[in-house]
Design a protein around this ligand. Structure first.
Ligand SMILES: [Zn+2]
Length: 229
């Protein structure tokens, strides 16, 4: 497909940014964003138009998503001006009135409800899934922090895993090259997975990491004060 080839050629976007655009264009994700330097703005806007995606940028129009805290809004604005970058939001036409969204922007990005709620500070309530392998591929294709993940027990937020599978499969079927590029880009963060598992087991043993995925802060504080003498 010619448009995908144009997308792949862009050097101003990372593979994961490109996958995000593709997923939104395919209608499996409501919207996404990326930041680019000023000189790349017109080429990326052209690509978004080729994919029939709507977009707004952070210059002139201001920040268009209503973030829950003013501080977040200020941070994005600061980022956009300081680094001389354009922060571009794109979305399918169903989201063209997203300025009116008064909710967590996680909905705009298509994050699972359970993960949004955990991020907002709610007690964890989502369903989990236990796997017999490390879901590196699934987790490489999502754009949020899952509300639950424990690598040593291989237990994860089920919605995050299912979403990761869907995103991976869509990207893979549209472009094998992009699928491999995303995995290559994400490789670095999974390099120390066995170290992470060891750490999780240690923390569980010490009662700091609970089976529910929560950190026991009381215990953590006690441990820190003991080790500091
Ligand atoms: Zn979740």
């Amino acid at each position: 497909m010619v448009i995908i080839e144009d997308l792949l050629k862009l050097v101003s976007l990372t593979p994961k940014d490109k996958a995000n655009i593709l997923l939104t264009a395919k209608g499996v994700k409501p919207g996404g964003d990326f930041s680019v330097r000023e000189k790349a703005v017109s080429e990326v806007k052209n690509i978004l138009s080729e994919f029939n995606l709507h977009f707004r940028d952070s210059r002139g129009n201001g920040i268009l998503i209503k973030f829950p805290e003013d501080i977040n809004r200020a941070k994005v604005k600061e980022f956009a001006t300081e680094s001389n970058a354009y922060y571009i939001f794109y979305f399918t036409k169903e989201f063209s009135n997203f300025e009116l969204l008064d909710e967590n922007p996680g909905k705009f990005y298509g994050y699972p409800e359970c993960c949004i709620r955990k991020f907002e500070g709610d007690a964890y309530e989502g369903e989990t899934i236990t796997l017999n392998y490390d879901p590196i591929e699934e987790l490489s294709f999502i754009y949020h922090a899952p509300c639950f993940q424990n690598f040593s027990r291989r237990k994860f937020c089920m919605k995050s895993i299912l979403l990761g599978r869907l995103y991976r499969d869509v990207v893979k079927s549209e472009s094998k090259a992009l699928y491999h590029a995303v995995l290559e880009e994400e490789k670095e963060q999974w390099k120390n997975i066995n170290e992470l598992k060891k750490l999780e087991r240690k923390l569980e043993k010490a009662g700091i990491l609970e089976e529910s995925g929560f950190i026991n802060f009381k215990r953590l504080k006690k441990t820190i004060s003991v080790s500091l003498g």
